[in-house]
Design a binder for this molecule. Structure first.
Ligand code: HEC
Length: 249
């Protein structure tokens, strides 16, 4: 299986276009068999190579690897009964840096967390257990938050059962967003996350719209207190049961 995987990766590599030239060095990554056998590496490495043009091989010997997935290093994700951390042996190598950047970035994270052989998600963010254990402590008034959500967010999002759709459509419902492990971070920063900055103002937080780029739609103004109330409301609604935590996208 390991041999087949290496062949697959080597075959995939020539298809990948080197994006910034001169990067012929192959990055070596090691992962324990228990992880390799899930198929995760076969899922993520060719995607990384195709996207970046950087070749990467899975190696058996941890000592000769640029990167090691295991118990040591910075936690990357968890699953199969343990936290998987990334240990970097050659941090100055550009190829290694490229792979680390990808693995720890949005696309890599999504690719790892979205890996669901036979429809079952195997991996979660490393802090998920902690997040689930710690009670969500949010101040604010959930009832007021419901009203504010309806008025300010309900134009685009289904915010309650009345607006609930079975189909997610292009705008995720609040139920779908609530099902994400980091929903609270997303809500706390929603005004900085697309598409909102173009039409959202938080007094004393966001800069005014640029003069040459006024809000393309009727803008939303929301205070931090109102946002806290919205989060108090979202905290108490049921997460959509979508089967997979990353169904939003
Ligand atoms: C004009 C339409 C519109 C309005 C109004 C709107 N949103 Fe959104 N929102 C969107 C769209 C579209 C997305 C999906 C963006 C994506 O998936 O890339 C989104 C995504 C989000 C996300 C997830 C962001 C992420 O990147 O994870 C949060 C949280 C959110 N909205 C909160 C709110 C809140 C709170 C309000 C009201 C105060 C609100 N939105 C009002 C259109 C809107």
């Amino acid at each position: 299986m390991r041999v087949l995987l290496m062949i697959a990766l080597l075959c995939a590599a020539p298809m990948a276009r080197a994006t910034d030239g001169g990067q012929d060095r192959v990055v070596r990554i090691h992962a324990p068999d228990v992880l390799v056998e899930t198929g995760l590496m076969r899922h993520i490495l060719p995607r990384f190579s195709l996207k970046t043009g950087q070749r990467v091989v899975l190696v058996d010997d941890p000592a000769g690897a640029d990167l090691r997935l295991g118990a040591q290093g910075a936690p990357l994700f968890q699953g199969m009964g343990q936290v998987w951390a990334l240990e970097i042996a050659t941090p100055d190598d550009p190829g290694t840096a490229r792979l680390v950047g990808w693995l720890t970035g949005t696309v890599g994270t999504r690719t790892i967390l979205g890996f669901a052989p036979d429809g079952t998600v195997l991996f979660q963010p490393p802090d998920r257990v902690e997040v689930a254990k710690a009670p969500v402590r949010i101040d604010g008034d959930a009832k007021a938050g419901h009203t504010i959500s309806r008025v300010k967010c309900g134009r685009c999002h289904a915010v309650d059962a009345a607006g609930r759709k079975t189909d997610i459509g292009s705008t995720p419902s609040f139920f779908v967003l609530r099902s994400l492990p980091d929903w609270d971070q997303r809500f706390a920063a929603f005004y900085a996350l697309n598409p909102h900055p173009a039409f959202t103002q938080v007094p004393e937080v966001t800069p005014p719209f640029p003069i040459d780029r006024p809000s393309p739609i009727v803008p939303i103004a929301i205070t931090l207190d109102e946002l806290e109330a919205v989060m108090a409301y979202v905290a108490v609604i049921d997460a959509a049961d979508l089967g997979a935590p990353l169904a939003h996208q």
